[in-house]
Design a protein around this ligand. Structure first.
Ligand SMILES: [Zn+2]
Length: 141
């Protein structure tokens, strides 16, 4: 009986890209939707607004996001390297590699708020699993 949209399981990729709670994949785990609102972009509510899951699962829960953030940054570097290679190429006889380094640095700086938010969302998804009965658990509580 999946006629109701509330009973469909949202995809994990979509919920991570949209910074949704790992348990219900519906509620936002950030108070602001705009990652470039730098003053508030990392502010999180205490509980998921949809299912009530605690967003900071335990004290210092998000310290480990540095590893995820690092991996995401490396992925961005590899992607930009490949894109640069395909569109501009690399050569030993000119400065194209330095242009790539500069472009990549600007790209990483520009993407930092997005990467930091995704790192926390992915970190939460490592430890909190999707619960298809989140609505029932919410009613019982
Ligand atoms: Zn939730």
């Amino acid at each position: 009986m999946c006629a109701d949209k509330n009973h469909e399981k949202p995809s994990i990729l979509k919920s991570i890209l949209g910074n949704k709670c790992a348990r219900c994949r519906r509620g936002s785990i950030y108070t602001t939707k705009n990652p470039y609102n730098l003053k508030d972009c990392m502010k999180m509510p205490e509980h998921c607004p949809v299912c009530g899951q605690k967003v900071e699962v335990e004290v210092g829960f998000y310290y480990g996001t540095g590893y995820v953030s690092y991996a995401l940054s490396i992925a961005v570097c590899v992607a930009s390297f490949i894109a640069w290679w395909v569109f501009f190429g690399f050569s030993l006889y000119d400065n194209r590699i330095y242009y790539w380094i500069a472009t990549n640095a600007v790209l990483l700086l520009g993407m930092q708020p997005l990467i930091m938010r995704w790192a926390r969302t992915i970190w939460m998804a490592f430890f909190v699993y999707y619960d298809e009965d989140w609505a029932l658990a919410r009613k019982a509580a």
